[in-house]
Write a new protein. Structure first.
Length: 200
């Protein structure tokens, strides 16, 4: 997948309040594969709250409900490349949604930490795997909360534990906004992220 590796590193441009990643998807240093880098910095740095389990979905204008984390099917254990299925029966959420698929027992991810991550990215519009670090090696996120990654990661990684796996559903305004690096404009991104190691 061309140039997706540089996306997780951030070089963002504010355009009408929307951060757009201008560099590659993961890291420029990932020459052996493509990686999409979440590159947008949040204005608050605080994690968005996940949709509460068991809450009733809100009907959209099209008559379909808004998807929750429980609507996304993820298979695979920590350390193994996951598979992700996104349903056609609901629409993407407008806010960041997080769900711990396995909790982990190690150090807690806090602002300023460095996290070595493995991840898989599926784009909502076509339900295709756009990038993955599984099989390539962990991707480092330094200074979580202010890292050179998209806002969805800076917010969504906080609170994970080493050894844990988390699902992130990232709306366009916390991802790539108007698109670029193989990502369509206004694309919702679905990540499965493993926190391999957490250091201060």
């Amino acid at each position: 997948m061309p140039a997706i590796s540089s996306t997780l590193r951030r070089v963002h441009i504010r355009l009408t309040g929307i951060c757009v990643a201008a560099t590659g998807l993961l890291l420029a240093g990932c020459a052996t594969g493509s990686a999409v880098t979440p590159s947008t910095t949040s204005s608050t740095g605080s994690p968005a709250r996940a949709a509460a389990p068991g809450t009733s979905p809100v009907a959209t204008a099209a008559g379909r409900p808004t998807c929750t984390a429980d609507d996304i099917t993820v298979q695979g254990a920590f350390g193994a490349k996951p598979t992700v299925a996104i349903p056609d029966t609901c629409t993407p959420p407008a806010k960041l949604v997080t769900k711990d698929l396995s909790t982990g027992t190690g150090a807690l991810v806090q602002k300023g930490n460095t996290v070595q991550t493995d991840y898989l990215l599926v784009t909502w519009s076509d339900k295709q795997v756009l990038d993955t670090s599984f099989g390539r090696g962990p991707f480092p996120v330094q200074d979580v909360g202010h890292a050179q990654v998209i806002d969805g990661w800076n917010q969504g990684l906080i609170g994970m534990k080493q050894g844990g796996r988390r699902l992130l559903i990232v709306p366009p305004d916390l991802g790539y906004g108007q698109g670029g690096n193989g990502i369509q404009p206004n694309e919702t991104l679905v990540f499965v992220i493993d926190a391999v190691t957490v250091t201060s």
